[in-house]
Each structure stands twice: as structure tokens, then as C-alpha cells.
Design a protein around this ligand. Structure first.
Ligand SMILES: *Cc1c(COP(=O)(O)O)cnc(C)c1O
Length: 359
């Protein structure tokens, strides 16, 4: 069977044991005589799936009781609207601008209130995570928004800003479940599933209960957190198959030893690639060392021709989707939870050979 190492930024690799389990259960799920895709979302078989998915997700991330977990659709992009629609009561929010995704969140939020960009790394092409200076925040803000991992630029917050009483809202799409985090530091966490959780179509929101119920009058029913919270994410038909796949990924994570173990593996994987980049005079990384992402690692040679040649050689070697985002160029290796260390080792070996050949 052909399987490649897929370095795609999203949708991205899924663990092979998860795909195999889904394959095995596909046509006749748990002796129902149906696939999960054909089950009613009100059936006891599906209700068991969604309840188990939530239970495992809570256990893995150590989510306190006063937080709700919502299984939604619309992607992280829909959260760019849902967050201001639900949380902007005083009409003012603070955003930290760290790249292509944060600017989309900012543009959307501006439709609903006054947005202050309280820190930005635009001055250096988003190659670092900016510090939030003291005195930038006051009680007039409804929330502070950050993008914990910048999928395109390859940066990540090493420490989260202290926001005191002001709820911290995080787009965690590309590094949720990759390392241990303290959920209580956040008011809202959201993530599209297609990077570190499962297939596209599912978006998970973790929200502190007191932040639910404040949506403005004109908020569409489907964009009101209260709607989904009241109905246990079953107000309308949820993305049933994606939720089932996420459950299988959570089981895989738990079997592997949980997030603590996953973080250790992710650090080893990233170190392998960063150590090579640091020792290379041929490949370069655009990101400042203190701001490096464990998940998305952009790198480049000195010319577009060499970059293209590298991507071609990689493809031949079974290393796929290494082309960098068009706004950054070069290459990008997305090494989410499902990427085994063998894939990263193969990439580094190829980089070493390529450097020998072309330097
Ligand atoms: C992929 C991504 C998004 C967009 O997610 P969709 O699910 O496609 O809407 C937003 N933010 C970050 C950080 C991402 O990585």
C-alpha cells in the first residue's frame, strides 16, 4: 500500500491506525448495519460517539468543568465572526497581529466594534512574536485575541500574554493538542479540526460558561454559542463523521500516552529539523529562534530554482506538500501530531544530501 509522508499545512496527515480503524468500521459500524455517515445524529449509537469524543477531549486537555466544549462547523474562519458577535458587549476588543490569519480575524471583528492592535510583528514580516507592553490593556476591552501558532509564518507564542480579568481568546487551529496548556488562562479557544484533530468539517470551541449568552440581538441563531451549548452541539445536524474521526484520534492520543507524551515527541521532531537548519549554511529559516513553531517550519535555499528542485526531489522520495505558502515562498514542513519522527528524519536526510550536491 502506498503511503507518503504528507507535510501539508491542512488538511493534513492523519495517524495510520486511525484510518485503518475507520476503514474496518466503515461499512458496518458497531453492528448497526450502517456506516457512521448513515447514522441519525439522534441515534444512541451516534450520541455515544459524540459523548465519548467530548469525554476524551476533556481528559486529554484537562478541561475544567466550568468550560463547555462545542462541536461546530464553519472552520476557524467562522469563529472570526462568532467571537465578536458573542463577546463584544462593550464594543471594544484588543488583537495581537502576528500574520495572515490574525489579520483575517481583525478585519472581521472590525465589523462589530472598535479594534485596537495592541501588538504587531508586521515590522519584521511576522518573523517573531511581539511582546504585549505593559499598560496596553484596560478594562474597556471585552477580550484580547491571539493566534497561538501562525501556520503560515511558522511562529508560536512561547508564553501567553497576561490579560488579568480580560478574557483571552485564542485561535489554536494549528497547535491545539500538540503541547500541554493551562486552559484556565483562556476565555475561549477555537480550532479547525483539519490540522491536529481530524478531517475538515469540524471546528471545536472551548468556552468558559460565563462568556456564553451575551450574543447581540441580531446574531444569527447558528452563530450564537448559547444555541450549541444548550443542545450539546446537536441543535442541528453536526458533522457526524468528522466527530467520529476526531474520537478515533483522541483514542490514539490517549493510547500513546496523552498530550504530555505527544509534546515530548513533537519537541524531538522539531528539534531534529531546527538543529539541522541551525547547522546548515545552505538552508535558512526566516523565524527568530525564540518564536519558533513546533508545528509549521518554513525554510528556504538561496534561490527559487533550488527551492523548486528540492520540492521535486522530495516528492520523488515520498515527501509530499513541502511547498511554502505563496506569501512566504520556499518550503514549509508541517509536522503535526500525526507526522512520525521517521518522516522528519527522512526530510532532514534529504536536505543533507541536497546540500552536499548543490552547495
Ligand atoms: C487553517 C487556519 C485557519 C482557517 O481555518 P478554516 O478551518 O479553514 O477556517 C485559521 N487560523 C489558523 C491559525 C489556521 O491555521
Amino acid at each position: 500500500m502506498k503511503r507518503v509522508y504528507n507535510f501539508s499545512a491542512g488538511p493534513s496527515m492523519l495517524p495510520l491506525p486511525v484510518l485503518e480503524k475507520a476503514q474496518q468500521e466503515l461499512v458496518n459500524y458497531a453492528d448497526t448495519g450502517m456506516s457512521v455517515m448513515e447514522l441519525s445524529h439522534r441515534s444512541s449509537a451516534f450520541v455515544e460517539i459524540i459523548e465519548e469524543a467530548e469525554k476524551l477531549f476533556r481528559e486529554l486537555l484537562n478541561i475544567p468543568e466550568q468550560y463547555k466544549v462545542l462541536f461546530l462547523q464553519g472552520g476557524a474562519t467562522q469563529q472570526f465572526s462568532m467571537v465578536p458577535l458573542n463577546l463584544m458587549k462593550k464594543g471594544k476588543a484588543a488583537y495581537i497581529h502576528t500574520g495572515s490569519w490574525s489579520i483575517k480575524a481583525i478585519k472581521e471583528a472590525k465589523k462589530y466594534g472598535d479594534i485596537d492592535m495592541v501588538a504587531s510583528s508586521e515590522d519584521k514580516n511576522f518573523s517573531y512574536i511581539p511582546q504585549l507592553e505593559n499598560g496596553k490593556l484596560d478594562k474597556s476591552y471585552d477580550y484580547v485575541h491571539i493566534t497561538t501558532n501562525n501556520t503560515i509564518e511558522g511562529t508560536a507564542f512561547a508564553a501567553f500574554p497576561e490579560t488579568g480579568e480580560i478574557p483571552l481568546v485564542a485561535d489554536m487551529s494549528s497547535n491545539i493538542m500538540s503541547e500541554e496548556i493551562d486552559i484556565t488562562k483562556f476565555g475561549v479557544i477555537y480550532a479547525g479540526a483539519q490540522k491536529n484533530i481530524g478531517p475538515a468539517g469540524l471546528t471545536i470551541v472551548i468556552i468558559r460558561e460565563d462568556l456564553i449568552g451575551g450574543a447581540r440581538e441580531s446574531c444569527p441563531v447558528m452563530l450564537d454559542y448559547q444555541t450549541h451549548s444548550d443542545k450539546g452541539s446537536l441543535y442541528n445536524t453536526p458533522p457526524t463523521f468528522a466527530i467520529y474521526m476526531a474520537k478515533l484520534v483522541f483514542e490514539w492520543l490517549q493510547e500513546l500516552g496523552g498530550i504530555k507524551k505527544m509534546e515530548k515527541m513533537n519537541r524531538e521532531k522539531a528539534k531534529l529539523l531546527y538543529d539541522f537548519l541551525d547547522g546548515s549554511s545552505f538552508f535558512t529559516s526566516p523565524v527568530e529562534k525564540g518564536s519558533r513553531s513546533l508545528m509549521n517550519i518554513p525554510f528556504a535555499t538561496k534561490s527559487d530554482e533550488l527551492n523548486a528542485a528540492f520540492i521535486k526531489e522530495a516528492k520523488t522520495a515520498g515527501l509530499e506538500t513541502l511547498k511554502g505558502h505563496r506569501s512566504v515562498g520556499g518550503m514549509r514542513a508541517s509536522i503535526y501530531n500525526a507526522m512520525p519522527i521517521e518522516g522528519v528524519q527522512k526530510l532532514v536526510d534529504l536536505m543533507r544530501d541536497f546540500e552536499e550536491k548543490y552547495r
